[in-house]
Design a protein around this ligand. Structure first.
Ligand code: SAM
Length: 185
């Protein structure tokens, strides 16, 4: 929702992202279809900050895409912590894996390929931090399944719940309606 100049202002007043994250961001913008889905530097620094505040031992991310937000969230992991990230698209996941392999978190990030609904049935951990960033119509369903798996004091973050401001439109679009219901939930 930020303009390019506001975005530049925020970045110039924030701790800079790593060279690896910057490379991933620029590569995603230049070659990846659906590049607008990437969290990007401002949201990425926010996710990193939240993760560093709670120092999670276990993180679950729904929606890896090219791996940008996973790498940001991993910055707060405890040294023996793990981050599970779920993605159905093999092509974007291979990009994500190539960047995970070059990061300091190669042994901590566990990318899982497949539909979230299937992957969730195979995961039996509890989590300190959950980031929901896939398939807006399913947010509430995912949250209902995952809140019982959130540790006491854990944090659940959901991406783009204001849906570009459309949640307050007189006639919200389909996703706007999903987000309105989710925000009431
Ligand atoms: C908004 S993008 C994630 C962006 C990423 N978290 C980031 O900030 O860089 C959403 C991703 O979720 C994936 N996705 C959507 N529905 C899914 C589902 N049902 N199961 C698994 N992955 C799904 C899409 O393929 C897409 O890559």
């Amino acid at each position: 929702m930020t303009s390019q100049s506001l975005s530049s202002y925020i970045q110039s007043n924030s701790i800079p992202e790593s060279d690896l994250l910057q490379e991933l961001y620029l590569q995603t913008l230049s070659v990846q279809r659906g590049a607008h889905m990437i969290s990007g530097p401002e949201q990425g620094r926010f996710l990193s900050w939240m993760s560093q505040l709670i120092k999670p031992k276990t993180i679950l991310e729904l929606g890896t895409f090219t791996g940008y937000s996973a790498l940001c969230l991993a910055e707060g992991l405890q040294p023996d912590g793990k981050l599970y990230t779920l993605e159905q698209d093999e092509i974007v996941l291979s990009t994500a894996k190539s960047f995970f392999n070059r990061s300091a978190y190669v042994n901590q990030i566990i990318p899982l390929h497949g539909k979230i609904s299937n992957s969730l049935t195979t995961l039996h951990e509890t989590y300190d931090l959950i980031f929901i960033d896939a398939d807006k119509k399913e947010y509430q369903n995912y949250a209902e399944q995952l809140i019982p798996k959130l540790k006491t004091g854990g944090l659940l973050i959901s991406d783009n719940v204001l849906w570009k401001g459309r949640v307050i439109d007189k006639e919200p679009d389909r996703i706007g309606h999903y987000m309105i219901d989710y925000n009431h939930f």
